[in-house]
Design a protein around this ligand. Structure first.
Ligand SMILES: Cc1cc2nc3c(=O)[nH]c(=O)nc-3n(C[C@H](O)[C@H](O)[C@H](O)COP(=O)(O)OP(=O)(O)OC[C@H]3O[C@@H](n4cnc5c(N)ncnc54)[C@H](O)[C@@H]3O)c2cc1C
Length: 257
């Protein structure tokens, strides 16, 4: 069920360079949310900006929902200035969420930049299911690495300021291809989120290694509910799916980025 509600902001704080985390009181949406889903936020009461903005559910703690965001434009700038106690109009949970019914015992989480967003919630649920978890987290630089909510973390930064010097894709190659962490490929599942070039590279590697992989495709979207058809993602059979409704989570074998 999709819920539209006016939620109270419980906290809004910087957690990295240009990165904020907001906690919202929403008993209905927090109960209904699954990892990988997102909420659509109307950041202003007037018509500017007109469109809602989508943000992954970063975590759910009791009756509270958290999101994390990078300030990149008008809506995220407004969001970063919101004060505790202010009300905000949200719709959710939207999208499909990760499929956790596959028969895997080890999850490899791969996050690039703000691609960290869906994973603290996923990690929490995977821990409840007693799965083994390995996390690879990459960012441009140390001040943009937000590691709260991750477990068993290996890091990469483009400038080498923390962890492996290079991209999270290189870290994936080091850990997965040059290492023996994949003991039984069929019991292993990759969950990835980040910029499209990173997802493309991870999908190629998973194809090569025949690994089960799901990716969160955060394609820019307008309505968030399938009406505007603005967030089409090409599938391997030449058709299109909508990131907002059929996704944002896709099995890597289904899509062509
Ligand atoms: C399903 C989904 C989940 C998302 N989850 C998160 C999240 O958890 N945290 C977060 O920080 N962001 C997330 N995003 C992206 C977020 O919605 C945008 O950053 C936000 O809408 C920007 O609004 P703005 O008005 O501040 O910037 P705008 O003025 O709309 O855009 C500023 C710049 O960012 C680019 N941009 C906008 N949206 C995207 C996008 N989806 N992908 C790549 N570039 C984009 C624009 O092209 C432009 O260059 C998600 C997007 C989707 C579709």
């Amino acid at each position: 069920m999709i819920i539209k509600t006016i939620s109270t902001i419980l906290s809004n704080e910087p957690v990295g360079e240009n990165i904020y985390r907001i906690e919202l009181l929403s008993p209905e949406i927090s109960t209904a949310s699954k990892p990988g889903q997102f909420i659509n936020i109307k950041v202003s009461e007037n018509l500017d900006p007109l469109l809602r903005r989508p943000f992954s559910v970063y975590n759910v703690i009791d009756d509270r929902i958290q999101i994390i965001f990078n300030v990149v434009g008008k809506a995220t700038k407004i969001l970063s200035s919101k004060k505790v106690g202010e009300k905000i109009d949200i719709i959710g949970p939207l999208g499909n969420g990760f499929n956790l019914n596959d028969d895997f015992d080890t999850a490899l989480i791969v996050a690039g930049g703000l691609g960290i967003a869906p994973f603290p919630f996923l990690t929490k649920i995977l821990k409840e299911k007693n799965k083994n978890i390995i996390s690879l987290v990459g960012a441009r630089t140390k001040s943009q690495l937000v590691l709260d909510g991750f477990v068993n973390v290996n890091t990469a930064t483009d400038d080498g300021s923390y962890g492996h010097k290079g991209t999270v894709v290189e870290l994936f190659k080091l850990k997965v291809m040059n290492n023996d962490i994949v003991k039984t490929p069929s019991a292993f599942k990759v969950f990835a989120c980040g910029p499209i070039p990173m997802l493309k590279a991870i999908i190629e590697l998973c194809d090569k290694l025949n690994l089960n992989c799901e990716v969160s495709v955060e394609a820019p979207m307008a309505c968030g509910t399938g009406l505007c058809q603005g967030c089409a993602v090409k599938t391997r059979d030449g058709k299109y799916k909508l990131a907002c409704k059929d996704g944002p989570i896709f099995n890597s074998k289904d899509i062509l980025l």
